[in-house]
Design a protein around this ligand. Structure first.
Ligand SMILES: Nc1nc2c([nH]c(=O)n2[C@@H]2O[C@H](COP(=O)(O)OP(=O)(O)OP(=O)(O)O)[C@@H](O)[C@H]2O)c(=O)[nH]1
Length: 335
């Protein structure tokens, strides 16, 4: 299913039948439709209805995810990721009402959809194309990190002719490398000091503690990161950063209280394994504890979604890359 995503003030949500009048009004505009290759001009109202139905079928099948771009409840445009048959790559497309151009809204929506596609859907790459006279679209793709890979031509129904298009691509590896660029750059040496061969800045190590909470059926509690946070939409083991002057166990007890309303004091916190992985802007060192008893009922206190998951099903939940090696270990423990 197509989730609801947040991008600043924008809410990206699946299209609803009631969106047809707004979609028709906004697309039936020459400055919009001339850049969309498959649509006729004028654009009939029935096509808006048929298109919305088709986006809902695509979403149910998981073959494409179409989002209405909305702000304060008003529909401003749409953005979509259409997946390849093997679901390993996706193609990005979008349009925005001309009254909203020039504010960076397409880039904002695009960043969120691209991040979601490459992290939660784990696509290997996202492609896009734009008519060569669509300078604004090429600029958006550039800001999203796409690079031009070639040219081609396509029939534009609205223009009644074939038009040259540019082809673009954003591989997952390029996207991750960009988000992994260190944020802090060391200051340049003073002028009188002989420069030494610069070593790449090392990412700082972040100590995060996490728990595999197990229920009586041997299921594990996973929490989905809420919209607005880094890596939103990914499932993880409840936990968080170890603060200065805390032991990992104290941090785990505090985090379980803050995040889930659970009391783990006096509970057996069994060290199970740990993660030591590059995790983007930092190096993640994450001890994982197995916990079978606590007081209270897990309650999402920070906007997360909670689910009890059988070990055999863990692979179906999109998790941050550093967590992936933990899955077979937990399956072995609980299998
Ligand atoms: N709790 C937890 N964090 C994980 C896991 N895997 C993983 O990469 N992490 C990363 O470790 C960090 C956990 O720190 P955190 O929970 O205190 O911080 P946060 O990003 O949620 O936000 P915050 O700084 O607003 O508290 C996050 O960057 C998170 O993405 C996991 O399985 N559990």
């Amino acid at each position: 299913m197509t989730p609801e995503l947040k991008a600043g003030r924008l809410v990206l949500r699946s299209l609803q039948p009631g969106d047809a009048p707004a979609i028709h009004r906004l697309i039936n505009d020459w400055s919009v439709v001339r850049m969309l290759s498959r649509l006729p001009f004028p654009y009939p109202r029935e096509l808006a209805e048929q298109w919305i139905d088709s986006t809902r079928r695509d979403s149910a099948q998981g073959s494409a995810h179409h989002f209405a771009i909305t702000r304060d409840g008003a529909l401003l445009g749409a953005i979509a990721l259409v997946l390849s048959d093997d679901r390993r790559s996706g193609s990005l497309g979008y349009w925005l009402a001309p009254t909203e151009w020039g504010q960076g809204l397409t880039t904002q929506a695009g960043q969120r959809v691209v991040e979601w596609g490459l992290t939660v859907l784990r696509l290997e790459k996202i492609t896009a194309d734009a008519a060569q006279d669509n300078v604004a679209s090429a600029a958006v793709l550039g800001k999203l990190g796409f690079v031009k890979t070639g040219t081609s031509s396509r029939r534009f129904v609205s223009r009644g002719q074939d038009c040259p298009i540019d082809l673009f691509e954003l591989p997952r590896a390029t996207f991750l490398a960009k988000t992994q660029e260190p944020v802090e750059v060391s200051a340049p040496p003073p002028a009188e000091v002989t420069p030494v061969v610069a070593e790449p800045p090392k990412p700082r190590t972040l100590l995060v503690v996490a728990a595999a909470l197990l229920d009586a059926k041997g299921r594990i509690l996973l929490a989905k990161r809420p919209e607005g946070k880094r890596l939103a939409g990914l499932w993880e083991f409840p936990g968080g950063k170890v603060e200065r002057d805390e032991t990992p166990e104290q941090a785990l007890i505090r985090e379980m209280r803050e995040e889930l309303g659970l009391d783990l004091t006096g509970a057996c916190l069994a060290p199970f394994t740990f993660v030591s992985e590059n995790a983007g802007p930092f190096h993640l060192l994450m001890p994982l504890y197995v916990v079978r008893r606590w007081r209270g009922v897990p309650t999402p206190r920070e906007g997360q979604t909670l689910e009890w998951v059988a070990a055999a099903d863990l692979g179906r939940y999109a998790m941050p890359d550093p967590d992936l090696p933990l899955i077979p270990l937990l399956q072995e423990l609980l299998g």
